[in-house]
Design a binder for this molecule. Structure first.
Ligand code: AMP
Length: 316
């Protein structure tokens, strides 16, 4: 994905305030009081998916804080923390173009002044499946930093991508279970015209990797097109696309309940998450599609079900 061009911008834009320390953040954040503040949390290497989150966050005239923090706590040993793309100047230019008010750009010692935190937010059972199975401890690291950033930014609302469906679910659960005073808003996945979900990690892909990676979104679309016929038809249609692409090493392909993340049984009708993860070359990619299973079903942009298990688990 190419970010919108920065050259030939006719009107000079005031860039966002940039805070790198807690004191700078506190002062810049105070300047946004008493209005509604929306936060968009990122790891940088911003693309059009992040820009969409920012635009949704701004809607209705809200002030927007973007956090750019490559959180070491959510990377396991041997993962791509050291090679993760760092493009701060471009990121700040994108934030300026999108009218962001404040960018919080801390280093790890600002977020974790005492080193790795001994106390963390635990994602529980929902954090141990799918991505959590492949990346042990990942979601504890995510929730811990999300919790800290919600406190530090004092955000009224927070915008997250459906692209990271399990992360979104866990953040919603954390906010409910631990009574964070913030509204969590999901944003549909932004894709390239050929279907590839935008991701900062797409920059790792060689041209042939990229061609192969298209099988992920094609598989999801094929599954969604079989939605009327029920769960096994959906899984079969998606799998049929992936087996034809030997360059994708599939980690998982599942059709699960959007709240419990358990495989849906054959009789299930209603909203389900069709999710896939796989390795293409040296790059691990994830993608998913909310699907309405049953007559008249098909792909959806985001779920309409609430994130509570108590009200929805097994109820359909
Ligand atoms: P990241 O910088 O990858 O941690 O992502 C920061 C936020 O952007 C998360 O809420 C992601 O779910 C969201 N995001 C990443 N890629 C996309 C995309 N293609 N479409 C929509 N949201 C996205």
């Amino acid at each position: 994905m190419t970010a919108p061009s920065t050259d030939a911008a006719p009107v000079p834009q005031a860039g966002p305030a940039v805070a790198r320390t807690r004191d700078e953040l506190r002062a810049a954040r105070r300047a946004l009081d008493p209005g509604h503040v929306a936060v968009v949390m990122t790891m940088g290497a911003l693309h059009e998916g992040h820009a969409e989150l920012i635009r949704r966050a701004r809607g209705g005239g809200r002030s927007v804080v973007v956090t750019i923090f490559l959180n070491p706590l959510q990377f396991g040993a041997g993962e791509d923390l050291s090679r993760y793309p760092r493009t701060v100047d471009d990121d700040l230019a994108l934030c300026a173009r999108e009218g962001v008010d404040l960018v919080f750009l801390p280093t790890p010692d600002v977020i974790y002044p005492g080193g790795d935190p001994g106390v963390r937010i635990g994602a529980g059972a929902l954090g141990a499946v799918l991505e959590g199975q492949s990346r042990p401890g990942h979601f504890d690291g995510v929730l811990t930093v999300v919790g800290k950033l919600l406190h530090l930014t004092r955000a009224d609302s927070a915008y997250y991508g459906q692209k990271d469906a399990q992360q979104l679910l866990l953040i919603r659960r954390m906010v409910q279970d631990l009574d964070f005073p913030v509204e969590v808003i999901p944003v549909p996945t932004v894709r390239e015209p050929d279907g590839l979900a935008l991701s900062s990690r797409n920059t790792y892909l060689t041209p042939s990797d990229r061609d192969a990676a298209l099988a992920l979104s094609r598989a999801l679309r094929a599954g969604a097109e079989a939605a009327a016929e029920g769960p096994s038809a959906i899984r079969r249609a998606a799998r049929a696309v992936l087996v034809r692409e030997p360059l994708v090493l599939v980690d998982y392909l599942v059709l699960v309940h959007p709240v419990t993340l358990e495989d849906v049984p054959e009789w299930y009708r209603g909203e389900a998450l069709l999710a896939v993860a796989g390795r293409v070359g040296t790059t691990r990619l994830i993608d998913n599609m909310p699907v309405a299973v049953g007559p008249g079903g098909g792909a959806r942009e985001v779920f309409s079900v609430p994130a509570r298990t108590t009200e929805t688990a097994g109820s359909e």
